[in-house]
Design a protein around this ligand. Structure first.
Ligand code: 13P
Length: 250
């Protein structure tokens, strides 16, 4: 069964007003032929979401958040809610990126609350999971990923508003990529777990790979079994790199 690919850029702590030119350029570049095969998503910092959503309103380019609060509203200084993302017409939100887990102590319980809130606002959640290098060396990868899935996907998560991103922590920003057979093993495992949780309804969930994806390796990685897209950091920041990635799928 082949699913439509999702190619997503996670801009992390990058992006200023001048980068509006990126979206304008992407709008000129994208075509019906491309978006028939690939869903394109850009997740800029919160400060750019409104402008990016306005610019892409009548296109097939989707805009998403990189995180959001587990709360709806109230006295939570510095937070942005899923409702606010929806208000701007953002359609996706990343949740549980390893940088959030590491620098903001986010755990599976919290991520579960965030996903419930994201979905309540009709936004698709992209749940990131991934093992550390020490987990991999101790052959704990699948167990760690299984626990992350089980913990974050409890309490009636809606599989129709869910994507998963497998991002080995040691592959993020390092130029290192797992052996392709290892990526396939993990994606196969995630796919089976999702089937255990949701039965046939799991078929709609895309499983993205993330970690040092670039124009040179993207086609091979996205040709692997059960890899339905990519979550791209560094290589999604420059329009030239993004175009070289996307044009391989036309
Ligand atoms: P890089 O593509 O820079 O390795 O980052 C991956 C990532 O963390 C995407 O969420």
């Amino acid at each position: 069964m082949s699913k439509k690919l999702l190619i997503a850029g996670n801009w992390k702590l990058n992006g200023e007003k001048k980068d509006i030119s990126f979206i304008k350029n992407l709008l000129k570049f994208h075509s019906k032929k491309l978006t028939k095969k690939v869903d394109i998503l850009i997740c800029p910092p919160f400060t750019l979401i409104d402008k990016f959503c306005q610019l892409t309103q009548r296109s097939n380019i989707e805009i998403g958040g990189q995180d959001c609060s587990e709360n709806e509203t109230g006295a939570y200084t510095g937070e942005v809610s899923a409702n606010m993302l929806n208000d701007l017409n953002a359609t996706y939100c990343i949740v549980g990126h390893s940088e959030r887990r590491l620098y903001h102590n986010e755990n599976n319980n919290l991520l579960n609350k965030k996903i419930l809130n994201i979905q309540k606002n009709n936004i698709k959640a992209i749940l990131c999971i991934g093992e550390s290098l020490s987990d991999r060396k101790q052959s704990k990868t699948l167990r760690v990923l299984g626990n992350q899935l089980k913990g974050a996907l409890k309490n009636n998560i809606n599989p129709n508003l869910l994507e998963i991103a497998y991002e080995p922590i040691w592959a993020i920003g390092t130029g290192l990529v797992p052996e392709y057979s290892d990526i396939e093993e993990v994606h196969d495992y995630i796919s089976k777990k999702l089937e255990d949780f949701y039965g046939k309804r799991s078929k709609k969930i895309r499983i993205l790979y993330g970690g040092s994806v670039n124009a040179k390796n993207v086609f091979s990685i996205l040709s692997l079994n059960n890899v339905n897209g990519a979550l791209i950091g560094g290589a999604s920041l420059k329009i030239k790199d993004m175009k070289s990635i996307l044009k391989q799928f036309i």
